[in-house]
Design a binder for this molecule. Structure first.
Ligand code: GDP
Length: 173
């Protein structure tokens, strides 16, 4: 069946925060240990029902380009949503989130819906470096949605992507 909408979503954030794994978890419900097997794939899709509409989420991965600061404006063009990912066990990846927000403000559409994701929540009990309430406060100040998640366990991944898609849908409908 044809979809009613195609929503482009970009996944951004520092290297090794789990962007590729989150995308894989949502689109295929899988966790690959050999995570860079997806290099070369520009985006993956999954079609879901949102408010009785067929919505195709077209989710773009940087495929490692963020290492070379080569994420270009073409990557952001037409994006209606962004998942901005940091690693709850590595504080600098959270501190860089402000830079990624600047990058979005510079290159993406003004109305882009952004979800801040604190990934690797499965490691939080032993190695948390970013308090959840600090991240929630940053998100609120910047006008972002926020959730912690784990691509490894799958916790909150589906919920976060669906929330983002619902918010985009609310904007366009
Ligand atoms: P990317 O560079 O941001 O795309 O990060 P990857 O998706 O390649 O993941 C980087 C590393 O973190 C890999 O070794 C993954 O197996 C690991 N990883 C990703 N997500 C999680 C998670 O939720 N929990 C744990 N424990 N490890 C994860």
């Amino acid at each position: 069946m044809e979809e009613d909408y195609v929503f482009k979503i970009v996944v951004i954030g520092d290297s090794a925060v789990g962007k590729t794994q989150l995308l894989g978890r949502f689109t295929r419900d899988e966790f690959f240990l050999d995570s860079k097997s997806t290099i070369g794939i520009e985006f993956q899709t999954r079609t879901v029902d949102i408010a009785r509409r067929r919505v195709k989420a077209q989710i773009w991965d940087t495929a490692g380009q963020e290492r070379y600061r080569a994420v270009t404006s073409a990557y952001y063009r037409g994006a209606l949503g962004a998942m901005l990912v940091y690693d709850v066990t590595r504080r600098h990846t959270f501190e860089h989130a402000a830079r990624w927000v600047d990058e979005l403000r510079a290159h993406a559409d003004k109305s882009i819906v952004v979800m801040l994701i604190g990934n690797k929540a499965d490691l939080a009990a032993a190695g948390r470096a970013v308090p959840a309430d600090e991240a929630a406060a940053f998100a609120e100040e910047q006008g972002l949605f926020f959730s912690e998640a784990s691509a490894l366990s799958g916790e909150n991944v589906e919920r976060a992507f669906l929330r983002l898609l619902e918010e985009i849908h609310a904007n366009v409908s």
